[in-house]
Write a protein that binds this ligand. Sequence first.
Ligand code: EPS
Length: 403
Amino acid sequence: MTPISFRTAGESHGRALTALLEGIPAGLSLEMERDVDPQLARRQGGYGRGRRMDIESDRAEILAGVRLGETLGSPISMLVWNRDWENWTVAMSPLAPDPGENPKALRAMYLPRPGHADLVGVLKYDRRDTRDILERASARETAARVACAAVCRKLLGEFGVRIGSYVRSIGDVEAESPDSLPDDLNALSDASPVRTLDEEAGSRMMQAIDRAKEEGDTLGGIFEVVVTGLPVGLGSHVSWDRKLDGRLAGAVMSIQAIKGVEIGLGFEGARRRGSQVHDPIVLDKAADRAGGFARSSNGAGGVEGGVTTGEPVVVRGAMKPISTLMKHRLPSVDLRDGSAQAAATERSDVCAVPAAAVVGEAMVALTLADAFVEKFGGDSMTELRRNFEGYVAYLSERGWGER
Ligand code: EPS
């Protein structure tokens, strides 16, 4: 069992999202307004979101696991209210409907959207109304993931680990990749409405989103998450399910609408020769967390053999376009009578790639915090810190006598 685990519950238009995060050591200073809410706000942003985001203003409330501003080591339980619930109290009520209820008020949906979980969900779970599926499949759920991840991000931050992201492409508009990334990546990317570092491409991305919106269509794209300050040695080569690259890929792929994940050079590496892919090993006495070694390139994306190298961890996620199409509605079948119909449509986003990048950071933070506590162990932050410092001292002592 890995030390840190989390679970979320909640439907998109239900009363609230809840989250249960277990395995955070005791003694981590934690305040919702300072540490969690700003991350929730980052997830809500981004050009191309729909009107739902004007309704919501996500805040996390703590229900358990934190006392007097510090974690207790017990499960942390959190809640994010859905403001939109007020408009859905009949359709999303946990009670059986009144026999006299107007069926329209139940807001059933019988025309499954290609690309959404609608059809597979009703077949698998033996439901008739796709709302029984889509409410939970909705990416609204990622607010609860981001709340859990904000705690993990705080924990990693105590050890100098920084997590940022930016958008590389939206639709067919690609941003120029910078030669080197700024130290405070999010300070730059958060300032862009599409969270990109290339201002010129950013305006074209927004134009593309406007065009897709006018045409009643949607757009996907690619984001990149970058993590600095990790020590060498998180994850392991010894068994398939302990390999950090596999764990990161699974975590990012689990985000709604993600269809591809790359680490480092990713698919590009398959086109090159070995000498153009692998990262030369050089001595660097300043690289304490990598035992005095560094790499003159980072095609591996900070992971070799399923283990962190001490170089930045670089993970990309490819998001498909959102499946709710306002026009261009794709063929579907009415679940009530089997007639051919166009797929259902309802309020949605045109593009959510900037938000998905923030969720990508969250899934990476959860995975890395898990690997971090797995490596260093400890029931308290004091113990975790002691173990971490002992390891870093070992790394800086080994091999190079003169240091
Ligand atoms: C979503 C549809 C939209 C998005 C939603 C995800 O919601 P609604 O149906 O209420 O307009 O805004 O995302 C969020 C609410 C969120 O917080 O990210 C979907 O079908 O996945």
